[in-house]
Design a protein around this ligand. Structure first.
Ligand SMILES: Nc1ncnc2c1ncn2[C@@H]1O[C@H](COP(=O)(O)OP(=O)(O)OP(=O)(O)O)[C@@H](O)[C@H]1O
Length: 725
């Protein structure tokens, strides 16, 4: 251990003790404060604030900070050490520098954005741009109150001023368990830029596999809550993720960042809830089966397949046009007469509907008009008449009012949707609109709706109809929307959500190279950016991959280059590991070879190892066989709500978003992976799930795009040998 390192370690140990003493003191004081249990609202709010602080400080007491930055603000003449932690802690003395600075504070941005060099650095503060010199950038690892590691990534006073990735590589080399975790101590400059971007812009982020998109999105939410405390609230922020298991996988990050109450859900759950649809949504298994289970029989993909069409802006516009035309045909074509001799003319009712209540959406307008008709009947009934006549009128009026109400269109989204697809009559749908819907979409959707079956792909349209006829309530609006795996969302999804969010405040993240659901997702980001005004959207690209070793990334890149052509390749972080192995099944056969691989990887102490098959059917069969051989493995089949880590078997298309210490991809041959971009993307997704080791098995030849042994620079990317035991 060098002298300078030893003195840095001692200095940090001393400082840690002083900090923990102060945090403990503040915590003790709060704990001794009597807990308020009464009914006074103000006191309750204050107590909630104290409780929040107790929780924060008890976390801080275990690991008060993770970084130190020595900064001299221009003109101040003083070089100050700033300690940066997940939770900010003020000193008791007023006017003093904070003891620990919250990672989201403006000055803390220097810790992430400063990447070395002699020049002065700047950060954006509320009072303007602050300039100064960075002297030291130091990572400090504290676990359970013990200082474990001190690593300087920049030191102006040393002869080695360049920032290195050493600390990042150390963190990336750790094995992963079943949950995604926060990265506050190692956020990279390109990620920090996204996390701290202004709120009222639709950010579209193309990030290669493992570039931290999901992680960055979660940190961004925590940042927005801190930076725009007065304007946004956690309950009005939402992250849309692809499925429940993925939501479980990411569920620890926000609480770890001290943020609660942000909605984390899937789009179908949100939509079904908003529509108050009680019926179950059609199982997605059939769609997945069509596109993934029978590689050779995959339908031809074009913009008229149901998923692409129903997610298109042309479908959205068709609905809008139809419903705005419907306004004309809403008021029943008749006068209203509650009993013979009393008449409310159609013209009068039209006046109420078309002028007085014009500013209301259709359903509310109808409601208002019907209420007014009811009041009119009551007034008419008050006119002098013998009791028996009055009674008779009342009875007649009640039944005629009911009959008249039935003549109005029903502004109920599912009913209207069924009318659009000719499953039931009404809805004044122009024939031209129905003809504009591709025949295959018309046929399939009508067949579904006849059976009362609604698919995921129908939800944007249904919610849109809901917003057009009912409007959006204040409590349904969002302050910010995050869409993860956005390449699987359609333009219609985004345009629809845009109506629910103030100021186009979006973070949209995805990877076109992982666009395996291209039968419903976008094919280019322009499909989404064009939905926003030019000055209110921004595009970022994340090109470095943090998940996998260089060897894995180099190999996965060759799949993109050769199989997808337009695929955006990843730049690995300099973290080296074992070579990627492409292995024929041994003479013992497929299952035993896979079992042998599992055994070899298991002894390496990896916490998560997965076998990825091409289809669900194969995953189920393999899972059964391995269980019979005594293995305890999770079968991930799309129905699971939790990801428990350990050993898993799953079809490759369900692995998107997840990661494993080691991944084994089974059956990488030319019948399972056909020579087309869709299958190459699928294999790319599978390969980029691995952090440390990737093994691919095959019987017969590998697909051409997976058979590279060297990349275009002549470097080795895969070997064909089992490891030596
Ligand atoms: N700055 C960082 N420091 C440490 N780890 C990081 C950093 N950025 C990302 N990672 C790690 O890289 C892995 C990939 O992150 P994440 O899952 O967020 O990426 P992604 O872009 O959403 O991936 P994919 O599109 O492949 O699902 C995670 O283990 C995450 O913790």
């Amino acid at each position: 251990m060098s002298d300078s390192f030893q003195s840095a370690y001692q200095e940090e140990e001393y400082r840690l003790e002083r900090t923990m003493e102060e945090v403990d003191r503040q915590l003790e004081r709060l704990r001794n404060f009597p807990v308020y249990t009464g009914h006074d609202f103000t006191e309750q709010v204050l107590e909630a604030g104290r409780e929040e602080r107790r929780t924060a400080l008890s976390k801080s007491a275990q690991q008060p900070y993770f970084g130190r930055l020595d900064f001299e603000e221009q003109g101040s003449g003083a070089r100050k050490p700033l300690y940066i932690g997940k939770i900010g802690v003020d000193r008791e003395e007023v006017g003093e520098n904070p003891l620990v600075i919250d990672w989201r504070a403006p000055v803390a941005s220097l810790f992430y954005s400063f990447t070395g060099g002699e020049a002065s650095a700047t950060y954006e503060a509320p009072e303007g741009l602050i300039e100064g010199l960075v002297y030291l950038k130091r990572n400090v690892v504290i676990r359970q109150r013990i200082l474990e590691r001190v690593a300087d990534t920049y030191n102006r006073d040393s002869d080695q001023p360049a920032v290195s990735d050493e600390f990042l590589v150390y963190r990336l080399g750790e094995n992963k368990d079943n949950k995604l975790r926060d990265i506050v101590s190692t956020i990279q400059a390109e990620q920090d830029q996204i996390i701290r971007a202004a709120r009222n812009t639709a950010l579209i982020i193309q990030g290669v596999a493992g570039s931290g998109k999901t992680t960055v999105a979660l940190h961004r939410l925590a940042f927005l809550l801190y930076q725009y405390k007065e304007q946004v609230s956690a309950e009005k922020m939402v992250i849309f993720a692809p499925n429940h298991m993925f939501l479980d996988y990411i569920s620890d990050v926000l609480p770890e960042l001290g943020v609660g109450d942000i909605q984390q859900q899937t789009f179908p759950d949100w939509a079904m809830n908003l529509l108050s649809l009680e019926m179950p949504l059609a199982d997605t298994a059939e769609t997945l089966h069509t596109w993934f289970e029978t590689p050779a029989a995959r339908p031809e993909l074009n913009d008229d397949v149901p998923g692409r069409y129903k997610g298109s802006i042309r479908f959205m516009e068709l609905i809008k046009e139809w419903l705005s035309g419907m306004e004309e045909d809403s008021v029943p074509d008749m006068d209203f007469s509650p009993w013979d001799g009393a008449v409310l003319s159609k013209a009068e009712i039209e006046g109420w509907f078309g002028d007085e209540y014009k500013h209301y959406p259709l359903a509310k307008r109808k409601e208002r008009v019907m209420a007014r008709i009811h009041r009119w009947i009551e007034m008419e009934l008050k006119k002098p008449a013998p009791e028996a006549v009055r009674k008779d009128r009342k009875k007649k009026a009640a039944s005629r009012e009911k009959a008249y109400a039935k003549k109005w269109p029903q502004y109920e989204p599912l009913t209207l949707y069924k009318q659009l697809f000719k499953v039931i009559k009404g809805g004044s749908v122009p024939a031209s609109a129905q003809q504009a819907i591709p025949k295959m979409v018309m046929k399939q959707t009508a067949a579904d709706l006849k059976e009362n079956r609604v698919r995921e792909e129908d939800l944007p349209a249904l919610v849109y109809i809901h917003t057009l006829v009912n409007d959006i309530e204040g409590n349904e609006r969002f302050d910010h929307v995050v869409i993860d795996e956005a390449q699987d969302f359609s333009p219609f999804h985004v345009a629809l959500l845009d109506q629910f969010v103030k100021g186009h405040s979006f973070t949209i993240l995805g990877d076109l190279s992982q666009g395996i659901h291209e039968y419903r997702g976008v094919h280019a980001w322009g499909e989404m950016s064009s939905l926003f005004p030019t000055e209110q959207n921004a595009y970022f690209a994340l090109t470095r991959s943090y998940r996998s070793t260089m060897e894995i990334i180099d190999y996965a890149n060759t799949i993109l280059e050769q199989g997808v052509k337009s695929g955006i390749t990843a730049i690995p972080v300099f973290r080296s590991g074992d070579s990627v192995r492409t292995l024929p099944y041994g003479s013992e056969g497929r299952t035993s070879s896979l079992e042998r691989a599992l055994k070899l990887l298991t002894v390496k102490d990896y916490r998560t190892v997965s076998i990825l098959t091409r289809t669900l059917h194969e995953a189920k069969a393999l899972h059964r066989e391995l269980e019979q051989a005594g293995w305890d493995l999770n079968l991930i089949d799309g129905g699971k709500k939790e990801y428990t880590g350990g050993h898993s078997v799953l079809p490759v298309y369900l692995s998107k978003g997840l990661e494993f210490d080691a991944a084994i991809v089974a059956d990488v041959d030319q019948t399972h992976y056909l020579p087309n971009a869709g299958d190459a993307k699928l294999l790319y997704v599978g390969c980029t799930r691995a952090l440390h080791e990737l093994w691919l098995f095959h019987e017969g030849d590998l697909p051409a795009y997976a058979s590279a042994t060297h990349n275009s620079e002549g470097e080795l990317v895969s070997i064909q040998e089992w490891p030596e035991v």
